[in-house]
Design a protein around this ligand. Structure first.
Ligand code: UGA
Length: 459
């Protein structure tokens, strides 16, 4: 959208302001940085806030401090246009913006399944304290149901008297690796707890996606909060379901990939998130199902607690299953055996290694005495920071050289497209490949001379 179009659209609904509401985004991680850049792309004046001065400095210089395809271009455009800037000063953001999106992290609390809400609380309280004019505060972070109502009460207590200050929840559904697309073209916009005024403001913010038919679902705070966690819980359940089925496939000699394809033709089921393998990780699904388990327990919703517990257990067991396969491929012990690990990120197209199943398996084998060499096209640095004791290679070839066993743990295209004949020439004789994402062309690898093992893959 050109600046001109944005102005025309917003002039119609917001006569007081040339470009519609001014926006702040508090927290500039994967979610916030993308949201801030996307809002600037839509034509708004945006200020991003973060407590980390290094992040603010990088973003201000148009540099994205993590790997997210398409985001650097969007960020540079926003910064160069003058519509997007960053600060560490929450008071500056409070004085500047009309709509404030809170995008801070809600990690798992140490020693508990519950979510750590201290950053959310600090963001809302800090904003409320510094407001100088009417404002809509919008939660985007994933939170336990009930948080929005609690924050709304807190904000009412703290905000200066005489101002119109409201709170709404607008959960985010973006996927890492596809964050720019998901933010500019969301498949739905969910808004909880907004008054008519708040509703109007958010319809202005999302005018462009709404104009292309994106559904706008206006509801109450608890429903909006629960939509988000239910979506992630359902996705996690789908993955654990297919992984449990893959275990049956292993025992029965069936092929889980063919099975998933066949299931996927039923539109009620759908093919997505039915890829059996090493299971889910990342900064969202694992901690979100645990936080849901915790909150459901507090609310006495016991059947959901039991369901999420099973989903989590099946998922974590996949990691053990792959470690066991590697041990078996090495004849019962990995001690002093060379293992090449392809993939460290929790999924392709990201350098995020938070709760990465791949790194978990690599570290597990390392701790059992294997000589592990890990290669990931983007997550080398983030992995090294998380697990400095592992050895990291700089290419697929380096990771597989002299290996007894090669594990494919993240389905990057570069691994899927690798030439199995060339790679086998680098390994020790009789090498096994464990395709823990069922992503390789199994026949081609077998024909090249590899012993191929997948999860739930017919022999
Ligand atoms: C997830 C949700 O998909 C987003 O909608 C949500 O907004 C986001 O969490 C969030 O809460 O912020 P993300 O964490 O980026 O997004 O990752 P996903 O694409 O959901 O993948 C999660 C994990 O599931 C990955 O480790 C992936 O390898 C695994 N997965 C995915 C499978 O094992 N099998 C599949 O079929 C699909």
């Amino acid at each position: 959208m050109t600046e001109q179009t944005a102005q025309t659209e917003f002039d119609a609904t917001s006569p007081d302001s040339a470009r519609g509401p001014r926006i702040s985004v508090v927290g500039t991680g994967y979610l916030g940085a993308t949201h801030a850049a996307a809002m600037a792309e839509l034509g708004f004046d945006v200020i991003g806030v973060d407590v980390d001065p290094a992040k603010v400095e990088a973003l201000s210089a148009g540099k994205v401090p993590f790997y997210e395809p398409g985001l650097p271009e969007l960020l540079v455009r926003g910064v160069e246009s003058g519509r997007l800037r960053f600060t560490t000063d929450l008071a500056e953001a409070a004085a500047f913006a009309d709509v404030h999106f809170v995008c801070v992290g809600t990690p798992q609390r140490p020693g508990s399944n519950g979510a750590d809400l201290r950053y959310v609380e600090a963001a809302f309280e800090g904003l409320a304290q510094h407001l100088t004019h009417d404002a809509l505060l919008v939660g985007k972070s994933t939170v336990p149901v009930g948080t929005g109502a609690r924050m709304a009460a807190r904000v009412r207590e703290i905000a200066p008297a005489g101002l119109r200050v409201e709170l709404a929840w607008n959960p985010e559904f973006l996927r890492e690796g596809k964050a720019v697309h998901d933010t500019l073209s969301p498949d739905r916009v969910v808004v909880g707890g907004a008054s008519q005024w708040g509703d109007d403001l958010l319809r202005q913010v999302y005018a462009r996606p709404l104009s292309t038919g994106t559904p706008f679902i206006a509801t109450d705070l608890p429903t909006a909060e629960l939509v988000k966690v239910s979506a992630n819980a359902f996705l996690a359940t789908k993955i654990s379901f297919i992984n449990a089925i893959s275990q049956v496939c292993d025992k029965a000699g069936a092929d889980v990939t063919v099975l998933s394809d066949a299931l996927g033709h039923d539109v009620r089921i759908g093919r997505q998130f039915l890829n059996a393998g090493l299971g889910f990780g990342g900064g969202c699904l694992p901690k979100d199902i645990r936080a849901l388990m915790h909150r459901a327990g507090e609310l006495g919703a016991d059947s959901l607690v039991a369901l999420m517990q099973d989903v989590d257990e099946i998922n974590m067991w996949q990691r053990q299953r792959v470690i066991d396969m590697a041990v078996q491929a090495c004849g019962g012990s990995v001690l002093n055996r060379r293992i090449g690990v392809l993939g460290a990120a929790f999924k392709p197209d990201t350098d995020d290694v938070r709760d990465s199943p791949a790194l978990n398996v690599a570290a597990g084998l390392h701790l059992r005495g294997a000589q592990v060499v890990v290669y990931d096209p983007e997550a080398g640095e983030t992995s090294r920071r998380m697990f400095p004791t592992l050895t990291y290679g700089t290419s697929t070839e380096e990771a597989v050289t002299d290996a007894d066993v090669v594990l494919v743990l993240t389905e990057w295209p570069v691994f899927r497209q690798a030439d199995p004949t060339q790679l086998l020439a680098l390994t020790r004789p009789g090498a096994t490949v464990i395709d823990a994402r069922n992503c390789l062309p199994a026949d081609a690898w077998r024909q090249a001379g590899w012993t191929y093992r997948g999860l739930g893959a017919a022999r």
